[in-house]
Design a protein around this ligand. Structure first.
Ligand code: ADP
Ligand code: ZN
Length: 610
């Protein structure tokens, strides 16, 4: 289905008019032109052989050219012949005593060749102008016919309705969106209480993790129309088209409220403004501004929810995240083992599987795969089975598809080996234990060994920090201890260490250095700022590298930094050493589930104490 229904007819009319104009014009011109096959040479020989009865010459006085209309003595029909030099033709005719008439066509010729076409062009232009101003309502931003119309696709085909049932896993995400579904279903319930419902929800996560699916499901659950458009559709070749498309999209939305407007790849439009070198992209800025205007323009409870998806949250213009715009964020990550199994089950439901297929073990070996990857995997397996003329998918098909899809996955994420997974599990558990034990940091929110796509093999996330005015010395030290925990855990368990801790080490060093050079936490160096205090980035900063202190102070700083790190390292080693039991069980749990919650993690400590 298409929201631009009926507009095709509009374009059709334009095309018809243009075609008609062209036909009429060529007809006029052709009236004056000669028929093709009769040549001047034919004319000369016909004259000599006395085959010609009369000739009618139409001549333009200003130029030597003209048109002869020739009638023959035999049964031939009259022909027209363009000649380049009338006087030469006249001479031949005179010489052979052929009757001819001469007609000066100066005026008629100018009329036909110049004024008429210009007039017709003018008519066409005037016609278009009236059409355009009518459409744009007299606005300055004339819509170029239908180019400015939004390309939003409306989807409310009942047979293709997507609901939360079709979205496997993503339990938390669905819960977060439940409220929006409820609002779309009964807006009155909220408006009567004066509750403010978010206008915009931004879904962020790697491609193929089900963001579009989730947005569709919200519309499906609430049974409202779903308009979808991609950010890249806004950024087009004509200036001003993006902005007018946005206007149109929202107009459409308002007509169909309550509804969901889904903007995929919003980063294509909503990139941070003014970062482009030398002026930047006016077109994109205009589009973004229009979007902000529209979002600010409609009332909070008008029943339009704008959902947007991106995998580049970091490059978005902060303006779009302000209250009243996209003030809700839902992170859609890669699925863990249980999530992958659920997704495999959803997509395998319509595919016959052989007895040797074990989706459970497949879900374990597909770490890093997104929902789209898994769907793709089952699809490839089905294709392979069909090629073999089998009626069901067997394990060999899945293995074949795994290799095929796995290469693609490797590009955007990583297919990780069991050994790597095990190391990561211990590494992250190390961080997590320290978060839990140390008083001023943490508590742990999630521990995960699902590769993030930005290169990290896993992550340990503490609960969001409270906004505190000061960072204390104790807290900074504890942060260093936590950073070193990953490496310490690796050392305590394996006989080799990995490069995976480089980011942690960098983080720890930076903190320690800041403590010494910026915050005056070192008694040896005192309350002096040894930091350049050049937070602005300018080219050549590292090259210039002016140090406001000498060599001896520099080495003293290094010594102090090292001693802080050493002290923290010892502390990390001691704490993790005391909790080896938790470390082991936490790693095992991680290997099993890939992602564990605060409750699951903290339960490990309780069972140790008993
Ligand atoms: P995104 O918008 O995040 O790039 P999509 O929503 O377009 O990803 O997902 C692409 C396809 O992957 C979906 O059409 C669906 O078949 C499959 N898929 C992704 N995530 C899930 C999920 N959680 N449950 C079921 N299918 C999923
Ligand atoms: Zn780490």
């Amino acid at each position: 289905m298409n929201s631009s229904k009926g507009r095709l007819g509009g374009i059709g009319i334009y095309i018809l008019i243009i075609a008609a104009a062209a036909v009429i014009y060529t007809a006029f011109v052709n009236m004056n032109a000669a028929s093709g096959s009769y040549s001047y040479r034919d004319f000369q020989s016909d004259v000599k052989e006395e085959k010609i009865k009369t000739v009618n010459i139409k001549q333009n006085n200003e130029v030597p050219t003209g048109v002869l209309t020739i009638s023959f003595k035999d049964a031939r029909a009259n022909v027209k012949l363009n000649v380049s030099d009338i006087s030469e033709a006249e001479a031949i005719l005179l010489e052979n005593n052929v009757d001819y008439t001469l007609k000066d066509v100066t005026r008629e010729s100018v009329w036909i060749t110049t004024i008429l076409p210009i007039g017709m062009c003018l008519l066409v232009v005037i016609f278009f102008m009236t059409m355009m101003t009518r459409q744009a309502g007299g606005g300055a931003n004339a819509k170029m016919m239908n180019f400015g119309k939004s390309r939003a696709k409306l989807m409310n085909d009942a047979s293709k309705k997507v609901t939360f049932k079709d979205v496997a896993g993503l339990q938390e995400e669905k819960e977060e969106l439940e409220e929006i579904v409820d609002f779309l279903k009964n807006p009155a319930k909220y408006t009567e209480l004066g509750a403010r419902i978010p206008k915009g929800v931004i879904l962020t996560g790697p491609p193929g993790t089900g963001k579009t699916l989730l947005a569709k499901a919200v519309a499906g659950e609430a049974d409202v129309p779903f308009f979808s458009i991609s950010g890249s559709d806004f950024v087009e070749m004509f200036v001003g088209v993006g902005a007018s498309r946005v206007r149109d999209l929202f107009e459409e939305g308002k007509k169909n409220a309550p509804c969901i407007i889904f903007i995929d790849e919003i980063d294509a439009v909503a990139r941070r403004r003014g970062t482009g070198m030398g002026g930047g992209h006016d077109e994109r800025e205009q589009t973004l501004n229009q979007m902000l205007v529209e979002m600010d323009g409609f009332g909070v409870n008008e029943g339009i929810i704008v959902m947007a998806a991106t995998n580049r949250m970091d490059i978005l213009d902060p303006a779009i995240l302000r209250p009243g715009r996209f003030d809700r964020k839902v992170v859609v990550g890669r699925p863990d083992v249980a999530g992958r199994l659920a997704i495999l089950n959803v997509h395998a439901a319509k595919k016959p599987l052989g007895d040797d297929v074990d989706l459970d073990s497949l879900s374990r070996t597909t770490s890093g795969f997104t929902g789209a990857d898994l769907e793709n995997l089952l699809n490839e397996a089905a294709i392979n089975a069909a090629k073999d003329k089998r009626k069901f998918i067997n394990n060999a098909d899945l293995n074949y598809a795994f290799v095929k899809i796995g290469i693609g996955v490797e590009k955007h994420s990583r297919v990780i080996s069991e050994k790597e997974k095990k190391i990561t599990a211990y590494h992250e558990s190390g961080h997590a234990i320290l978060f839990h034990v140390l008083p001023d940091v943490g508590p742990v929110h999630t521990v995960s060994i699902i590769p993030t796509g930005s290169g990290a093999a896993g992550y340990t996330m503490p609960l969001p920090e409270r906004d505190e005015m000061f960072n204390t010395r104790g807290k900074m030290l504890q942060n260093i201890v936590v950073s070193l925990g990953g490496r310490v855990a690796e050392e305590l368990v394996f006989d080799d260490i990995t490069t995976g801790a480089s980011q942690d080490i960098k983080q720890a060093t930076q903190t320690a250095r800041a403590m010494v050079t910026k915050y005056g936490f070192s008694s040896k160096l005192g309350l002096i700022n040894y930091d350049n205090d050049n937070d602005e980035v300018f080219i050549g900063r590292d090259l210039a590298h002016t140090r406001p202190y000498g060599e001896d102070i520099a080495s003293e700083i290094d010594r102090e930094v090292k001693s802080i790190i050493d002290e923290c390292y010892a502390r990390a080693r001691k704490i993790i050493g005391e909790n080896m039991d938790v470390l082991k069980r936490s790693s095992q749990l991680l290997l099993e589930k890939e992602k564990i919650t605060r409750e699951e993690f903290e339960a490990l400590f309780e069972s140790t104490i008993i």
